[in-house]
Design a protein around this ligand. Structure first.
Ligand code: SF4
Length: 303
């Protein structure tokens, strides 16, 4: 593979792509930090599930994981917080989507105090990875360019938490140019968990996986996606208690870093099929145990 300078007469890598390639190149040196690829579960819109890990390991990543365990942790934080505060707080707004958080801060500042004060799944999962693989560098691949900004502002024990973020489209460009060979390794992620939060990137996925029984009724919740719908909800549905809101049409499967041109309904189908398929796979003992995240603080302020 040629990890050299971009070809200025044809396709040129972005700074983030070059950073990822540099991290991978350096990881080959003796004693250097290895690199973990953390993927958003919407990767199945752009990549084949069974090829993904062998291909990423062929590209040079030491471990390949998903952020679904981070989503499970965020759900658990939300559940406890809503349960504790429902008597004294009238609303709760999911803060998993950085573009929605910015929209609230800038257009609806009077709603800011309702943003749930916890990390996004990307940040929560990165903290889990840092705890369990402290020497590894972390690269996040996502459907979302807004995650690049969020990652730059995310720290753990005073240090930058995530080393680089690229979109699925950027990863596809890297694969097209570098042409890595698939390694003969398992197609399974180096994960801590593999279950229901795989539908997080779908509109309503958070609400559907929150395990809200005894905490929130269906009529107290609203799930929506896309700028226009969010505006309508924030301006006309303020009688609701829990707001599960994603900025892109269809949720993260409509993010600007996805390269697929498939309609949203077919992208959604791919995520659901993947969730169903992976439910059947065993986890080799890694079942979402709390030992992986014990002692980590997942709270966050939106000042
Ligand atoms: S909804 Fe869009 S902006 Fe929000 S996290 Fe998902 S991809 Fe990013």
């Amino acid at each position: 593979m040629d990890f050299g300078l971009p070809n200025f007469f044809g396709f040129a890598y972005s700074e983030d792509q070059l950073l990822v390639l540099r991290l991978l190149k350096e990881s080959k040196k003796r004693g250097a930090s290895k690199v973990i690829l953390m993927s958003a579960p919407s990767f199945v819109v752009d990549f084949d599930y069974k090829d993904f890990c062998p291909l990423m390991k062929g590209l040079g990543f030491d471990k390949v994981t998903e952020l679904t365990f981070g989503a499970k942790i965020v759900n658990s934080c939300y559940r406890s917080y809503i349960k504790e505060n429902k008597e004294k707080q009238e609303k709760f707004i999911a803060s998993v989507c950085p573009s929605t958080v910015e929209l609230v801060k800038n257009k609806y500042p009077y709603l800011k105090r309702f943003l749930l004060p916890f990390d996004s799944p990307m940040v929560a999962m990165s903290k889990v990875l840092k705890k369990n693989y402290p020497k590894h560098k972390i690269v996040f691949v996502s459907p979302c360019s807004a995650k690049k900004v969020e990652a730059k502002k995310s720290f753990y024990n005073g240090k930058q938490l995530i080393d680089a973020v690229i979109t699925f489209s950027e990863l596809k460009q890297i694969l097209a140019k570098e042409k890595p060979k698939k390694l003969s390794v398992s197609h399974k992620f180096d994960s801590f968990y593999n279950d229901y939060t795989k539908i997080y990137p779908l509109s309503g996925g958070l609400g559907a996986t929150l395990n809200k029984k005894g905490i929130l009724s269906e009529s107290e919740m609203v799930s929506c996606d896309g700028f226009n719908q969010i505006q309508r909800v924030f301006e006309k549905k303020l009688d609701k208690v829990f707001f599960d809101v994603l900025f892109c049409n269809g949720g993260c499967i409509g993010g600007n870093g996805i390269s697929s041109k498939l309609p949203i309904v077919l992208r959604k189908q791919k995520v659901l099929s993947y969730r169903n398929l992976s439910k059947k796979e065993n986890m080799d003992g890694n079942q979402g145990l709390s030992k992986y995240f014990r002692g980590i603080n997942f709270s966050k302020k939106f000042d």
